[in-house]
Design a protein around this ligand. Sequence first.
Ligand SMILES: [Fe+2]
Ligand SMILES: [Fe+2]
Length: 196
Amino acid sequence: MDVMNFIQHARMHERHKTILDLYRYGGDRLYAGEPVTQLEHAWQCGRLAEKSGANTALQLASWLHDLGHLWVNSPGTPTLRGEDDRHEAVAADILAPLFGSAVAEPVRLHVQAKRYLVTTNRAYAAKLSQDSTRSLGLQGGVMSSQECASFEAQPYFKDALKLRVWDDLGKKKAWFEDSRDDALMHLEKLMQAAAS
Ligand SMILES: [Fe+2]
Ligand SMILES: [Fe+2]
């Protein structure tokens, strides 16, 4: 390995470690308003994506879609204070230079995907969790037909819709089949595969 390759490899390793550490040290934090921790939610979404046959990029996007919550680290339940932490944009901006659009864009769109599904699917709106319903208003609420059309024009909108369905399903109490170390090792492997 030449020097430039070594430096690039070391930088990539450092960035992956930063993401892993957010889950290692912040993953026990309760997902505000839901019966799961941040790590459990991330793991459940990643597992649902894997079970559905999603490719590596979409599995990783599912794992890391709420990375922005851990990065911003607002205390308590931000939606109860009327606060939108814009976690989808924060996470996408972190992920784009590391893994490219196939990971970053479904993450960036996962809040818009909720707004789209609430607008176009009445059954979806009825099943939305309490915290997701509360944050919906802060995130712009129901979409206009123009907003729906511009969402559908995004290259990764279909992946964002899939991710959103796993996001809503990935809030099950006491569903975590791996040890923390195994879960983080799996995440590390996904990041390595998506970066190469
Ligand atoms: Fe989210
Ligand atoms: Fe989520």
